[in-house]
Design a protein around this ligand. Structure first.
Ligand SMILES: Nc1nc2c(c(=O)[nH]1)N[C@H]1C(S)=C(S)[C@@H](COP(=O)(O)OP(=O)(O)OC[C@H]3O[C@@H](n4cnc5c(=O)[nH]c(N)nc54)[C@H](O)[C@@H]3O)O[C@H]1N2
Ligand SMILES: Nc1nc2c(c(=O)[nH]1)N[C@H]1C(S)=C(S)[C@@H](COP(=O)(O)OP(=O)(O)OC[C@H]3O[C@@H](n4cnc5c(=O)[nH]c(N)nc54)[C@H](O)[C@@H]3O)O[C@H]1N2
Ligand SMILES: [Mo]
Length: 821
């Protein structure tokens, strides 16, 4: 499932949305006035937008000089400053570049030399000849599945220059779909597969009981591994930041807020919340301890469980220990989690006697057996019996893209498609005529061509991939176990990377194509993934920097060289595409009786806003199901919340039983055979978006000793002789990174925090196991699937140790331009 199209309130909306989008691309091209709004201004202000929000760009003499938040943004992100800097940063890719050994020796030359920054500048013509030549050669020599184009990542906002769809579109029309695709994402890999079995929907990208209702009706607001103050800075479309006003309003009520998190988060600080800090990776045990308390004290809602859920009776013998001899009591959970048993019991009673919203983030499912976390959360919420009541139940998206913000009655923009075939999770394996893999298994795929793998009830074989084309993502930041990945990458004969900055992924490529940032081209996007509060003209701010080209143009040219330019462009240029998306919104507006101005007025104005309806301001998730479970059944086989899933039972997976279960992860602190004493918390960064903006001035605000920070508890620092500001080496069997220490009591003892997205900067490039000079936490995390069911990534699993670094300090080089011969 992609996150492209906002959210769906219900399964039916989801189906409707899917069909509507399937129809995109058939609109006749319309002729626009020549030159209309095509040029960037040389002086003035341009309203545009990004994942970080909408803003006005001040341009002087054709150069972007200042960035001001849009007046309609109630809580602009401090990260905006980094955007401007990223455009002119020394890490910009200026020209098409080819790795020297590759240019001289051809595909597969000196693969161990990747990452050594030895590139040669070539013309666009030469670069595209090489790319297209390779696409053809690989197909001829290795067949349909020789190229991986399941490229993933947080490409920029915008419905047209969606580089991942454009890549697949070019290969669909130009190569008859001869490429390997991917399904899922890194965000919710486990949840988006288990939740349809449990709730009949994805849950994670859907509207929540809205904030006005929570403010009114919720008595106890629990953030379970969720930090909305940090993470709501970002939207998949253009962030609206409207949740901040609601969080403020909730704070004013003085009602109880609890944060269950190994870290005292920004959200915990904002609310001065009760901070409960369990050992990481033990949440399922804690929830089971609560469930056991409710059950043994007869506090569970028997009527709710009877009427709205299926299979509770099969879960009870596990809960009580009748089936395996271990009662999942609060005392049992206390042993595992380190929380006092009484605290677990008291929390269970508190939740039961108050209207409680259990709001969970996604880290607890980005872990080994991550499927169990949200399944157990739903089970706990079902026992509390408040699902579908105002302000009660659970929510899996309050922390993401300002979920819970009431939705406007707005049309939904379509976007460029991959060539008429939707890239949706459900279509995997048949998608685009070639194989598809669960995204996070990409390294395993390279290592084991022909080997079987399981996924959500299916079994398939890994294709034999020889070429990778990555665009709009940074796998050398987002993927786990960097050193294993480096070795696997060496199996590839050709790696093409299209980006605007010299990420580690680009530095490990053979052919590097410079893309524009979204501020160097025109596009269109919504403001507010959930609020849908406006449609924004993402106008070009400046002309392309150096030789950067738009993603659309690069792929149109590739399609052209494959003899399929018209099929790719459908005869439309940039602005004609944008207009066609907008015109679809106008049509929807007519059907829905919403006033939507025509394209010319919209583009001139730059924005059209839509207000939230009264109905949207009162939205309670699952209220309709609660009111009428027969007429409004869930999309599960039983039509009910599945605490026991017969479908999952049939799959017979040893690592995903048919009801929520505590399962030991491959490693955790104090777990069986734990080899290292500290858990690695690799949460999302406060001051950047993954690896984006790491190469900007924002880094000056957080880097310690020029490295990525590592937060360590005071006790753990003391026993290791570490002080704030020290350079420390974090290490385990998988890798070693240098970071700068921050000693703090805002983190549980036994836990360190290094945010994901720090740029990988190996001292000995190409050599697996090299010391990383800057601090890419994914040198330390394990690369394994959450389970056979979802095969999500386990970025939040992993243990390590830390020591003060006393060796000679290697220079951080990754933020400089590589050699441009
Ligand atoms: N250990 C650990 N690992 C994690 C996580 C974790 O919690 N812990 N979180 C995971 C999650 S949830 C995610 S979503 C991933 C994020 O992983 P990514 O999405 O891969 O990370 P980004 O840094 O956002 O990379 C986006 C890249 O796209 C490029 N780009 C942006 N716009 C454009 C464009 O218009 N055109 C082109 N061609 N390129 C563009 C940017 O320059 C950047 O290099 O990381 C995952 N990895
Ligand atoms: N500023 C900023 N915002 C972002 C992003 C970003 O990169 N920067 N990325 C966006 C994206 S793509 C995504 S997917 C979302 C990610 O949203 P999340 O996955 O929810 O974010 P994380 O920061 O990984 O984790 C949330 C919290 O879980 C806690 N946690 C970690 N392990 C455990 C555990 O075992 N138990 C408990 N109880 N808590 C635990 C972490 O300490 C953290 O405070 O954020 C989005 N928003
Ligand atoms: Mo994500």
């Amino acid at each position: 499932m992609s996150k492209l199209n906002g959210f769906y309130k219900s399964r039916r909306d989801f189906l409707r949305g899917a069909t509507a989008l399937g129809a995109v691309g058939v609109f006749a091209p319309s002729i626009l006035m020549p030159g209309f709004a095509r040029a960037a201004v040389s002086d003035g202000e341009v309203l545009t937008g990004s994942h970080w929000g909408a803003f006005r760009a001040v341009v002087k003499d054709g150069r972007w000089t200042e960035i001001k938040p849009w007046e309609g943004d109630p809580h602009p992100s401090k990260q905006l400053a980094g955007i401007l800097d990223s455009v002119y940063s020394p890490t910009r890719i200026k020209y098409p570049m080819v790795r020297r050994a590759y240019l001289e020796g051809g595909p597969g030359s000196d693969v161990a030399g990747r990452g050594k920054d030895d590139f040669v500048r070539v013309s666009w013509d030469k670069a595209l000849d090489l790319v297209v030549g390779e696409l053809k050669r690989v197909r001829e020599k290795y067949g349909q599945a020789g190229t991986f184009a399941g490229s993933y990542g947080w490409k920029s906002s915008g419905r047209l220059h969606n580089c991942q769809s454009l890549l697949r579109r070019a290969l669909n029309v130009g190569m008859d779909g001869a490429f390997v695709n991917s399904s899922g994402d890194y965000s919710t890999g486990a949840s988006q597969v288990i939740m349809p079995h449990v709730m009949g929907t994805l849950e994670v990208y859907e509207q929540q009981t809205v904030w006005p209702v929570v403010i009114e009706s919720t008595d106890v607001l629990v953030f379970w591994g969720a930090d909305p103050i940090k993470t709501n800075q970002i939207g998949w479309t253009v962030a609206d930041h409207d949740s901040y006003a609601y969080l403020e309003a909730f704070k004013k009520t003085g009602k109880k807020v609890i944060c269950i998190d190994p870290i005292r988060t920004e959200t915990a600080k904002f609310f001065d919340a009760e901070w409960i800090a369990p050992k990481p990776h033990t949440d399922v045990a804690i929830m089971l301890g609560m469930a056991h308390t409710l059950y043994t004290e007869e506090l569970h809602d028997v009527d709710f469980l009877d009427e709205y859920t299926a299979g509770f009776d099969k879960f009870v013998p596990y809960l009580t220990g009748e089936s395996d001899g271990i009662a999942k009591s609060a005392e049992w959970a206390s042993e595992i989690s380190g929380l006092p048993a009484d605290q677990i019991k008291e929390l269970a009673r508190l939740f039961q006697t108050n209207r409680t919203m259990l709001s969970s983030g996604w880290s607890i499912q980005r872990q080994h057996h991550g499927e169990q976390s949200h399944w157990m959360l739903v089970t706990l919420a079902s026992m509390l019996g408040q699902i579908g009541l105002p302000g009660g139940g659970f929510g899996l998206s309050y922390h993401y893209a300002n979920g819970g913000t009431p939705s406007a009655n707005s049309p939904v923009l379509p976007g460029i498609t991959d060539g008429g075939k939707a890239v949706e999770g459900a279509a995997w394996l048949t998608n685009a005529g070639a194989a598809s893999i669960p995204l996070a298994r990409v390294v395993e795929m390279l290592e084991n061509p022909g080997a079987d793998f399981d996924f959500n009830g299916t079994r398939s074989k890994f294709p034999d991939v020889k070429m990778v084309y990555w665009t709009g993502g940074n796998p050398f930041a987002h993927h786990q176990d960097r050193n294993r990945m480096i070795k696997a990458w060496q199996k590839l004969e050709t790696v093409v990377v299209q980006d605007f900055q010299w990420t580690a992924t680009a530095r490990h490529a053979d052919i590097v194509l410079p893309a524009t940032t979204s501020y160097e081209r025109n596009d269109i996007e919504h403001i507010g993934d959930y609020s849908l509060k406006a449609i924004l003209a993402m106008k070009k701010v400046i002309d392309p920097v150096f030789e950067a080209r738009n993603d659309f143009d690069i792929f149109a040219e590739i399609a052209d060289r494959l003899g399929k330019k018209d099929a790719f462009t459908e005869g439309k240029d940039e602005l004609e595409w944008i207009k066609s998306f907008y015109d679809e919104a106008v049509k929807q507006g007519e059907a829905k009786n919403i006033e939507v101005p025509d394209f010319e007025s919209f583009w001139k104005e730059g924005i059209v806003e839509f207000p939230a309806t009264d109905e949207a301001k009162a939205f309670v998730r699952y209220a309709d199901y609660r009111e009428d479970p027969l007429l409004e059944p869930l999309g599960t086989p039983s039509g009910k919340i599945e605490i026991y899933s017969k479908n999952i039972e049939k799959m017979g997976y040893d690592d995903c039983p048919p009801h929520p279960t505590w399962m030991e992860p491959i490693e955790r602190i104090d777990g069986p055979d734990a080899k290292y004493p500290l858990h690695i918390n690799s949460g999302h960064p406060q001051d950047r978006l993954h690896s984006q903006l790491c190469g900007t001035i924002l880094r000056e605000g957080y880097a310690i000793a020029d490295r990525e920070p590592c937060v360590i508890n005071t006790e753990d620092a003391k026993t290791r002789g570490i002080a704030s500001g020290d350079v420390v080496r974090v290490f385990n069997d998988r890798g070693q990174i240098l970071t700068g220490a921050i000693v703090s009591d805002d983190i549980r003892p036994g836990v360190i925090r290094v945010y994901e997205g720090g740029w990988f900067d190996p001292v000995d490039a190409g050599q697996a196991g090299s010391l990383d000079a800057y601090g890419d936490v994914n040198c330390l995390t394990p690369d394994l699937g959450t389970s056979k069911l979802a095969q999500g990534n386990c970025g939040h699993t992993g243990i390590a140790d830390v020591e003060k670094y006393v060796g000679g300090l290697p220079e951080v080089k990754v933020f400089k331009t590589p050699k441009e011969a």
